[in-house]
Design a protein around this ligand. Structure first.
Ligand code: DX5
Ligand code: ZN
Length: 219
């Protein structure tokens, strides 16, 4: 059954520890951390010291989404900070095969993300090397944006590529997921949902995660 990886981007950074404890006690599989460099995307977030502190209390794997240029420069430091799954952007990697190998060699699970305008066909050759593909369903850089509807077709295309190649690569999507679209997206082939705003703007985020899981399971 598909799972949820909450993004803390729209959480409360003044009480980040409480948000992580809350996620520890919720029905989510991973914790999604959005790393932005003000260059690949027009926004900045946080870096190694914050990831390390999160790692010290997190009871779930850290799913780290790099929205940065030249990610190769920092792969080891993300591993040392506690990343379990490391996602780089296709658009930021000139030598993607080398980057993916470096991530795996350092003991993390490698994933590649595509911006909304990048076709899934660019992954044809690299797909067998990937633990997961992250399809951006908003333009990266900010939480709480509107879901881009053409993503459905992209998810279906990627799913059939994975099936045709007899792989078990996971499909993750990120941006604009809510109680209305999570079931149709499950049916389209999504395995992991990154969800920020829908969870963190809810009065009771733990209950919202339960409701999202219920939608995934029974619609
Ligand atoms: C956007 C980030 C997302 C974001 C989730 O660049 O990668 O992880 O926080 O989006 P929402 O808030 O739409 O669920
Ligand atoms: Zn993200």
């Amino acid at each position: 059954m598909p799972s949820i990886s909450p993004s803390i981007l729209t959480g409360n950074f003044l009480s980040l520890g409480k948000d992580i404890e809350m996620l520890n006690n919720s029905k989510c599989e991973w914790i999604h951390l959005d790393i932005m460099d003000g260059n690949f995307v027009p926004n900045l977030t946080f870096g190694f010291p914050v990831i390390k502190q999160i790692k010290s209390i997190a009871k779930k794997p850290l799913d780290v989404h790099l929205m940065i240029v030249e990610p190769d420069r920092y792969i080891e430091r993300f591993r040392d900070s506690g990343a379990d799954i490391l996602t780089v952007h296709y658009e930021a990697c000139l030598h993607l095969n080398r980057t993916i190998n470096a991530i795996r060699d350092m003991g993390m699970k490698p994933a590649v993300s595509l911006n909304p305008h990048t076709p899934v066909s660019v992954l044809e050759e690299i797909l067998p090397e990937l633990y997961m593909v992250l399809l951006m369903t908003v333009n990266p850089g900010f939480g709480a944006q509107k879901f881009i509807n053409s993503s459905y077709e992209k998810i279906r295309k990627l799913k059939s590529m994975i099936i045709n190649k007899k792989l078990d690569t996971l499909i993750q999507i990120d941006g604009g997921v809510d109680l209305q679209n999570i079931k149709p997206l499950t049916d389209a082939g999504v395995d992991v949902f990154v969800i920020g705003n829908t969870i963190f703007s809810a009065d009771d985020p733990v209950k919202m995660i339960d409701m999202l899981n219920e939608k995934i399971a029974i619609g």
